[in-house]
Design a protein around this ligand. Structure first.
Ligand SMILES: C[S@@+](CC[C@H](N)C(=O)[O-])C[C@H]1O[C@@H](n2cnc3c(N)ncnc32)[C@H](O)[C@@H]1O
Length: 301
């Protein structure tokens, strides 16, 4: 068995916060700019917590809890607003959280008591350990149409397509109450298209300009909701460029009808579907779209 030390490599990101690099997935848990900055700009700020009055309960699912950074940031934001948190978490691997809670730097990046609250949540019955695809069924049984917020923070679609399929994202969409929001750092066309097909309305997350420039992203990520996402300063409507992105072959969704398809097979099936769509002449190639808009490639798109 591979040891956690070789699978997961602790990293300090540019804002000084703790993160990990997964050798298994070949990807960092957060952008190098900052785990904490990302938690705030892509998950906490666009959550629209001010919609809820003090004393209200925020019902949330953290998909891919990892080190717990997003949940810890949300815990502190709820505390500052006097909100109660009704929390669910999905995660395959115990090691990221264990490594984070055992790291003095990680623990000192939070207010006193936050690491303990995080540890308590993650040892509760609402922390569902295992493949998120099967664990999601348990949450759906108990929380369908009930959640205010879903934080979707899986590895990028090409590394972990299992958690970005039309089927999985539709399951997450089914958890949301009418005004609920799903938030993700990802602005890939396949993911936005799948969320739209799942019946959600889309908005782009307006990340701080520093984050945008350095990652060459045009968007800070995606917010999706059963209701229109108007009037939130952290969100904006999709631009014409982003809408046209959803009409390219990159918008072909990842599919997993059985709920247990292997990564390689999901990628193969999508590639076949993209070739067919291009041959039918109904979609534009992403290369042409990139050239037209002067857009470079990014792992999140
Ligand atoms: C990008 S990291 C999550 C980062 C996390 N939100 C944080 O703040 O540290 C992706 C996580 O997905 C988990 N993961 C990978 N495949 C999974 C699966 N099939 N089901 C559930 N979790 C999975 C990994 O163990 C990893 O912790």
């Amino acid at each position: 068995m591979t040891s956690s030390a070789s699978r997961l490599e602790p990293r300090r990101t540019a804002d000084g916060s703790f993160s990990l690099f997964s050798r298994e997935f070949g990807e960092g848990f957060h952008s190098g700019l900052g785990a904490l900055a990302e938690a705030h700009s892509k998950f906490v700020a666009p959550a629209g917590l001010d919609r809820l009055g003090a004393g209200a309960t925020l019902r949330v699912l953290d998909v891919c809890v990892g080190t717990g950074c997003n949940t810890a940031a949300l815990l502190e934001a709820c505390q500052a607003r006097g909100l109660e948190l009704s929390w669910w978490g999905l995660e395959l691997d115990h090691e990221p959280l264990r490594l984070a809670l055992g790291d003095a730097g990680f623990c000192s990046q939070w207010q006193a008591g936050t690491p303990e609250q995080l540890a308590k949540l993650c040892s509760s019955e609402r922390m569902l350990w295992g493949d998120a695809r099967s664990c999601l069924r348990d949450v759906l049984e108990r929380q369908r149409g009930q959640l205010d917020l879903v934080l979707m923070d899986a590895f990028s679609p090409s590394r972990c397509p299992q958690l970005w399929t039309l089927e999985f994202l539709s399951g997450l969409a089914d958890l949301l109450q009418p005004q609920g929001r799903l938030l993700t750092y990802c602005s890939a066309a396949a993911i936005r298209n799948a969320l739209r097909q799942a019946g959600l309305q889309l908005a782009s997350i307006t990340a701080p300009s520093g984050l945008l420039k350095q990652t060459s992203d045009w968007s800070g990520g995606t917010a999706a909701s059963p209701s229109p996402l108007d009037g939130d300063p952290q969100l904006r409507p999709l631009s014409l460029m982003e809408e046209e992105h959803l009409r390219t072959n990159a918008a072909e969704p990842y599919r997993d009808p059985s709920g247990c398809t292997e990564r390689a097979e999901i990628l193969r099936q999508r590639q076949r579907a993209q070739v067919l769509a291009m041959a039918s002449g109904t979609v534009e190639g992403t290369g042409a779209w990139r050239r037209r808009w002067g857009v470079g490639a990014s792992r999140h798109q």
